[in-house]
Design a protein around this ligand. Structure first.
Ligand code: ATP
Ligand code: MG
Length: 207
């Protein structure tokens, strides 16, 4: 995969297509269970970049728990990927606003880069629920999937999705468990990158 010309914007739609991983999430907070799979999928599929796309309003979670402001979640993801070239925080869904539908994100990236190869990266818990997402048949047509197994969640993908499974270390960690630890005054160190820990502590996000 030839490198992009210097100065060309991501997804500018000029030159050869890029191989782009799209890893959406609430990232409240981001943790090793997001970052290690993102890197492993980038390596396994020779992706040029993995976008960690911060959900604006994760509508399937609203009402079941408080969601930190999108800005705080974006800042934590930016800090988490700082210095790692292949991982990039994306505010595309935040800029679009409203409820977050992955199918709209894929469409937006497709229009920005008609020749790009878009790979939607999902943990197995998310993959098994794809048919509950917005416009799943459009999603079937417009991207392929890279699925990573999550502990206790065997990989199962609804029919009709083009997909591969990428082996990753099994990391039994979730943002929910980390929010609970933070609320109890326990350390998140080593499970959340230092820069992101500094932000959530300074802003007292889960206290
Ligand atoms: P929460 O507990 O708040 O739901 P989470 O840890 O599940 O948070 P999300 O932001 O919901 O994180 O997940 C974003 C994406 O990352 C999903 O595709 C999810 O399956 C995947 N993911 C999250 N944690 C892991 C993990 N430990 N291993 C592999 N994939 C993961
Ligand atoms: Mg989750």
């Amino acid at each position: 995969h030839p490198p992009m010309a210097a100065g060309s914007a991501p997804g500018a739609g000029v030159g050869p297509g890029r191989r782009i991983g799209v890893f959406g999430g609430t990232f409240d907070p981001p943790h090793v269970g997001h970052l290690v799979p993102a890197l492993f999928v980038a390596e396994a599929l020779a992706l040029d970049v993995v976008l960690l796309v911060v959900a604006n309003v994760p509508w399937q979670k609203v009402g079941s728990r408080p969601i930190s402001p999108a800005r705080d979640r974006l800042d934590m993801v930016r800090a988490a990927v700082d210095g790692v070239d292949v991982l990039e925080a994306s505010d595309l869904e935040i800029r679009r606003g409203g409820d977050t539908f992955t199918v709209d994100t894929i469409a937006e990236l497709r229009s920005q880069g008609p020749d790009d190869d878009l790979v939607l990266i999902l943990g197995s818990d998310a993959a098994s629920g794809l048919d509950t997402w917005e416009r799943p048949d459009e999603l079937r047509r417009t991207c392929r999937l890279a699925v990573v197994e999550r502990p206790g969640e065997p990989v199962s993908v609804p029919d009709g999705f083009r997909h591969v499974t990428v082996p990753v270390p099994q990391l039994d960690v979730s943002s929910t468990a980390l929010r609970d630890r933070a609320a109890a005054g326990l350390s998140l160190r080593y499970l959340v990158p230092d820069g992101a820990v500094a932000i959530l502590e300074r802003r007292r996000l889960y206290r």
